[in-house]
Every structure is written in structure tokens, then in C-alpha cells.
Design a protein around this ligand. Sequence first.
Ligand code: SF4
Length: 116
Amino acid sequence: MKTSERLTRRQLLGVTVTAAAGLAGVTAMAAPAPAAAAFPKLDEKDPQAVALHYVHDAKLVDPKKNPAYKPGHHCANCLQVTGNAGDAWRPCNIFPKKLVSANGWCSVWVQKPGTT
Ligand code: SF4
């Protein structure tokens, strides 16, 4: 083998690192996304939850402090809730990777079309 055809150590290391990085990327892509049910419940003391006046029980909302709140508003009939209807704890677009109580409420609440 001619000298010009040999891989230098540096070239070999570069090929190895590139291959390893590519393999790691493929592995990461193949890993399943965590199931929503695996997300932790939102803490009412979470700074974002506090800022948006989130509570686990909408019946505890103070209407004087939150005049937009009306009885019957809760996470289960909010436009931002996702997941399965009927689940007690569900994902919410406003609090990524956390679960909110179906009976909860926050100041972002907007009526989900088709709900009462
Ligand atoms: S945005 Fe809607 S579903 Fe999410 S916490 Fe607020 S009221 Fe509940």
C-alpha cells in the first residue's frame, strides 16, 4: 500500500467519530417519545403555574382575582388540553411535559369547541 493510500491516525479518528455520531443520532431518533401518562403532575407552586393562577380544583378559583373564571370552566373543556377525554390528569399545551388535573383551571382557559 502506498503512503498516499493509507489513512492517517487523524483521518481514521475522524471517520470513527463521524460514524459514532451518526449512530448516536439514529439511536436517538429510534427511541420512542415518552408517553404522556409518564409526565409528572403539574405543581401548583411551579412558577408558570403561579403566574397563570393554575389550581388543581377549579372550584377553588377566586372569581374576584380571576374575573374571567366562570363556574363550569375547567381543564377538561379547555382548548389547550390534550390526551384522552375522561382521564383525571391530562397533558396541556401551555405546560409542556406536565399533566394538569381535568378539574383544574388557569387564566389561559378557552372553551374547547364542542364542549359544554
Ligand atoms: S390552559 Fe386550559 S387545560 Fe391548560 S391548565 Fe389552563 S385551563 Fe387547564
